[in-house]
Ligand binder design. Structure first.
Ligand code: FAD
Length: 386
């Protein structure tokens, strides 16, 4: 499969990220999970390796690589630690890409080089207490007052909240008392109107930073509107398509990480006088897990490759995300089963992979939302053809 999507540059990137993940992340993955924190040095090292701006155009300080490269890097990180992978992925596909997709030339020049170099971290604020899957129900308002918008409201579950220097958020744009629709604003996080809540205590992705944000008369200059004032929601939906490829890659990595542990264990553990992989019940599990991973990777890299060809990948990204995230849940569950009691304790890491897998079926559109997107696209294509 690899030769189908990867060129020499991709293979070099993959080797570099694999080596970094093995030497720098793997030894501290359990500690990060226990402490709920990623050491700053890990993020600086990723920045030094050029991992914080893989798909950002070179003109704006990024590596100018394609979505296939970006997905491959996310996957390699997730094979070892999903919290590190989501920190990089949320920064890139959610924090930086809305500006790359819809920013004005001035906004791109002002923000992208610092984001791509990892000098500042990006975050993306869409979800609110009453607006998750139904993201269009956002209640946050930005009321124009002279040359500034005055923003009130808040966001929940925002990844990279306290690490971020830049936050892009959706809000209702109010001008002259009239609601013009949902737009997006770029906010510099030293804004005194921004309050950041305590870190959420999560089941998985424990070292990743997830918090609630509050906007209290937060004044944002008018020039920080992302693109056209009322195009923000469209931009975010477009951003989420790329984000789903990220989550697919994360899912493949998480699944592969757990699978490799289970495969290795099955060669080391003996019962009834033989390696446990010799029992068909275990061997067939391994076969199904490997087949699921291969299918998930094919869907992920196919969606990434199509996006790189400039195609509309709404359906493909949703299918990849749906399949890969549900496969990750199946595979991490079976990995625990293969390790028996040792799978349930922390020593062998598979319980961490299992806890990290669940959110993949929720973030950036739940499995139900992906099925809605896919079925709508199927009917649309059918109606067009008939
Ligand atoms: C760890 C973590 C990190 C996150 N990071 C970010 C971030 O950086 N930025 C951000 O903006 N958000 C972030 N989120 C939020 C995430 O995207 C939302 O949680 C997700 O979109 C689901 O929204 P919700 O939690 O409000 O669930 P709801 O939308 O309330 O859904 C509840 C249930 O109802 C189902 N449901 C809802 N509508 C329908 C429907 N029409 N048909 C069928 N079923 C339906 C859902 O599938 C789900 O099972 C994060 C969440 C987590 C847990």
């Amino acid at each position: 499969m690899d030769n189908l999507f990867f060129n020499e540059e991709h293979f070099m990137l993959i080797d570099m990220v694999r080596d970094f993940a093995k030497t720098e992340i793997a030894p501290i993955a359990q500690d990060m999970d226990n402490n709920g924190k990623i050491p700053k040095e890990i993020i600086s090292q990723m920045a030094d390796l050029g991992l914080m701006g893989i798909p950002v155009p070179e003109k704006y300080g990024g590596a100018g690589m394609d979505t296939v490269a970006y997905a491959a890097a996310v996957m390699e990180l997730a094979k070892v630690d999903a919290s590190v992978a989501i920190t990089m992925a949320a920064h890139t596909s959610l924090g930086s890409m809305p500006i790359a997709i819809a920013g004005t030339e001035e906004q791109k020049q002002k923000y992208l080089p610092n984001l791509a170099s990892g000098k500042i971290i990006g975050a993306f604020g869409l979800t609110e207490p009453g607006a998750g899957s139904d993201a269009g129900s956002t209640k946050t308002t930005a009321e124009l007052d002279g040359d500034e918008y005055v923003v009130n409201g808040g966001k929940i579950f925002i990844t990279n909240s306290s690490l971020a220097g830049i936050l892009t958020l959706t809000t209702n744009i109010i001008e002259n008392g009239e609601n013009k629709g949902i737009g997006a604003l770029i906010v510099e996080t030293d804004n005194p109107g921004l309050k950041i809540g305590p870190k959420e205590k999560k089941m998985g992705w424990r070292a990743s930073d997830t918090r609630q944000l509050f906007f209290e008369n937060m004044r944002v200059p008018k020039e920080n509107v992302l693109g056209q004032p009322t195009d923000g929601f469209k931009t975010f939906l477009k951003t989420l398509i790329g984000g789903r490829i990220s989550v697919s890659a994360l899912s493949c990595g998480t699944a592969e990480g757990a699978f490799q542990k289970a495969l290795q264990y099955s060669t080391e553990r003996n019962a009834f006088g033989k390696e446990i992989n010799k029992f068909q019940a275990v061997g067939f599990k391994l076969a199904d897990m490997a087949t699921d991973i291969e299918a998930a990777k094919l869907l992920t890299f196919h969606a990434a490759w199509m996006k790189d060809q400039g195609k509309d990948v709404l359906k493909q990204a949703a299918q990849a995300k749906l399949f890969a995230s549900e496969a990750a849940m199946r595979i991490t569950t079976e990995a625990i089963q293969i390790l028996g009691g040792y799978g349930y304790v922390k020593e062998y890491d598979v319980e961490r992979f299992f806890r990290d897998a669940k959110v993949l079926e929720i973030g950036e559109g739940t499995s139900e939302v992906q099925r809605m997107i896919i079925s709508k696209e199927l009917v649309k294509t059918f109606n067009k053809a008939t």
